[in-house]
Design a binder for this molecule. Structure first.
Ligand code: GAL
Length: 371
């Protein structure tokens, strides 16, 4: 009897140890120092209707797979509720990290609390996520510098430092729910507003914001091309009739610049004759073609391949419990915390450098951009 009892006790002990060991393997490896490699990474992108995000998603997925991770990539059609439910699904799929390019940087706090409670790490991708402590890292391009390049390009193209002026300017800003948009505008307006104050730059529509903080007053929701086109058409029809011409348009990105160019075309402006200086960002294919045709002056190119590379590295460093590379711990406070960030350099592209930069660096082929 005694022997049988001992055997039963020993068997029970083995079972308890076995179960505990099993339970251990379900623990989040990140909290245990991240030795465990591999696992599922969630990638949440805002929309396919803006060209750059298609490049971002494909590249990031490929880089993460090279590190040995599985991925689930979702696009939310610029619908905030859809992005939130896609994130919830990824949480339910037990992703280890969420990489998120937020549609609305103010709307994700609740779902990110759920993610954090499940031990999931969160990386804000290109656009900062605000109002929550549950953002571990941010990776983007230097958004203020993007705007500064646009402002400096205008300053140089019109020789604002020396020319008498006045020049007619029509400024635009990005989507009011996109944290990046205020940085783009501030970077440009810090260069241009002194010229507005001195009267060398005049907005006939009266839509020149009094301060950087008023940027959203000229924002285009969802970065929509057709909204930018109708806004520019309205301004031309109301304020630029007869001999009064638009001399310069500050466009924060290419999707807006495309709509603005269509409005200028319709209004009879001609490249190399009276086409205004027109800025952009992202070096989208349609806009690169417009630059080559003289219908856009420049774009600020952000090599999305480098962003994907950097984020994949950060994800791998996090999950292996290594120090995560950051190069900026002061610029991006999200209303709750200072978010450790990695900023990549943007680059200006103009007609004479399109081939050398975009084809030369393997971003586009000549065929893609009609060279
Ligand atoms: C911004 C992004 C830009 C711009 C815009 C439209 O957040 O940084 O590249 O194109 O969204 O997607």
């Amino acid at each position: 009897m005694k022997l049988r009892k001992l055997a039963t006790l020993a068997l029970g002990a083995v079972l308890v140890i076995g179960l505990t060991a099993c339970a251990d393997t379900t623990r989040d490896p990140v909290s245990s120092g991240g030795e465990e490699a591999g696992g599922l990474i969630g990638i949440s992108m805002p929309t396919k209707s803006l060209e750059r995000w298609n490049n971002d998603g494909a590249n990031l997925e490929a880089r993460l797979k090279e590190f040995g991770y599985e991925t689930t990539l979702q696009y939310a059609d610029d619908k905030v509720d859809m992005q939130i439910s896609q994130l919830q699904n990824m949480i339910n799929q037990n992703v280890k990290v969420l990489v998120i390019a937020a549609i609305n940087g103010e709307a994700l706090a609740p779902v990110l609390k759920t993610a954090a409670d499940a031990g999931i790490k969160i990386v804000a991708y290109d656009r900062l996520i605000n109002g929550t402590e549950n953002v571990d890292y941010y990776a983007t391009f230097d958004n203020y510098l993007v705007g500064k390049y646009q402002g400096e390009f205008i300053e140089e193209a019109l020789d604002l430092k020396n020319a008498a002026g006045p020049f007619n300017i029509e400024p635009f800003a990005g989507s009011p729910d996109d944290n990046n948009a205020k940085f783009f505008f501030s970077g440009a307006w810090d260069v241009l507003s002194p010229y507005v104050e001195s009267g060398k730059l005049v907005s006939q529509s009266g839509k020149a914001p009094a301060t950087n903080d008023d940027w959203a007053s000229i924002g285009i929701q969802g970065w929509k091309t057709d909204s930018a086109q109708s806004e520019m058409q309205n301004r031309i029809n109301s304020f630029y009739t007869g001999s009064t011409k638009v001399d310069v348009v500050l466009s924060p990105n290419d999707s807006l610049a495309l709509g603005i160019a269509q409005a200028l075309d319709t209004a009879g402006y001609n490249p190399d004759v009276d086409w205004p200086v027109l800025t952009g960002q992202d070096a989208d294919i349609a806009n690169v073609k417009n630059i080559l045709a003289g219908k856009q002056s420049m774009s600020v190119w952000k090599d999305t391949r480098t962003l994907g590379d950097q984020v994949a590295k950060m994800v791998d460093q996090m999950l292996k419990g290594e120090t995560v590379d950051v190069n900026d711990t002061t610029t991006y406070h999200n209303g709750v915390k200072q978010v450790p960030s990695y900023l990549l350099p943007p680059e200006v592209v103009v007609k004479d450098t399109v081939e050398e930069i975009l084809v030369g660096k393997g971003y586009y082929t000549k065929d893609q951009i009609g060279l």
